[in-house]
Design a protein around this ligand. Structure first.
Ligand SMILES: C[S@@+](CC[C@H](N)C(=O)[O-])C[C@H]1O[C@@H](n2cnc3c(N)ncnc32)[C@H](O)[C@@H]1O
Length: 262
């Protein structure tokens, strides 16, 4: 089998159909659990098209959010959606954040750490930019235990003989790996939590458009018309529809939070 292309998020509008609804459901649970008070400075690292940034704005009444992502296209979409003056959007990498040390009250990654090539370096950067006593937190889909919304899709693409790309640092989605990482970095008051969500698609066509056609480059790869038809048939068989044709998919994520030593 050939190796898949890496997953790349290069289309903010497609992300809106593919992952943003998932990001909003899980992000709401994550933010409620973080329970960070109002009037604080946040870093939203790997902000993508701003889906989670908007959640911070709506639910946590921040004084400021520095939101950053390596994808120009995702940041361009975020700029179109978010005009709040307390949000600063920029292009950059989690492994070398362009921020001074000890600048933020809360530094978070939502659905990002498993895409960062060196999760230790990414988490160390989150910690560096956090003020003493501030919150350092992350959540990712529980990839290793099948919790990703794309799990069915991955398995059925694999079955075509052209394997689907997975996040490059998927192992960090395990609770044990997350806890070990936060402990290595000396983060205090560490807690973990599973975030369980579901999404209902109006019908199979809605699922196909949202989760297959709109998926980022690398997941589905280049399929011939015949392979695409076969994938559609397999997914239709695999995903049970309700009496009214709706399809409900479940997913779950592993979350971790802690505080920088004062
Ligand atoms: C699944 S999206 C999550 C976006 C957003 N945080 C949300 O919750 O909707 C993953 C994001 O991680 C970003 N990403 C990938 N590698 C990264 C890196 N090295 N540093 C920062 N962000 C990265 C991608 O560009 C993409 O926007």
């Amino acid at each position: 089998m050939s190796s898949p292309e890496p997953i790349k998020f290069t289309d903010g509008a497609a992300y809106e159909r593919f992952m943003a609804p998932w990001s909003r459901s899980a992000g709401a649970l994550f933010l409620d659990w973080l329970a960070v008070g109002p009037g604080l400075a946040w870093a939203d690292v790997g902000c993508g098209n701003g889906a989670f940034t908007e959640m911070i704005l709506a639910r946590s009444a921040p004084a400021h959010i520095s939101a950053i992502d390596p994808s120009d296209a995702q940041i361009a979409t975020a700029r179109q959606k978010i005009s709040a003056k307390q949000v600063e959007l920029s292009v950059g990498d989690a492994m070398a954040l362009p921020y001074d040390s000890a600048r933020f009250d809360a530094a978070v990654m939502a659905l990002v750490l498993f895409f960062v090539p060196d999760p230790h370096k990414g988490a160390a950067e989150l910690l560096r930019v956090t003020k003493p006593g501030g919150m350092v937190a992350s959540y990712t889909w529980d990839v290793m235990r099948g919790g990703t919304p794309t799990q069915h899709l991955w398995e059925e693409i694999d079955a075509t003989g052209k394997p689907a790309a997975r996040p490059p640092s998927a192992d960090v989605s395990r609770f044990a790996a997350l806890k070990a990482l936060w402990a290595e970095l000396g983060i205090r008051d560490v807690e973990t939590r599973e975030l369980v969500v579901e999404r209902t698609f109006a019908d199979f066509d809605d699922y196909w458009l949202s989760m297959v056609v709109s998926s980022p480059s690398g997941i589905v790869g280049k399929l011939s018309d015949a392979e695409s038809a076969e994938l559609k048939r397999r997914l239709r068989d695999r995903l049970p529809a309700s009496a009214t044709g709706e399809i409900t998919v479940h997913a779950w994520a592993t979350a971790i939070k802690g505080r920088k030593a004062a």
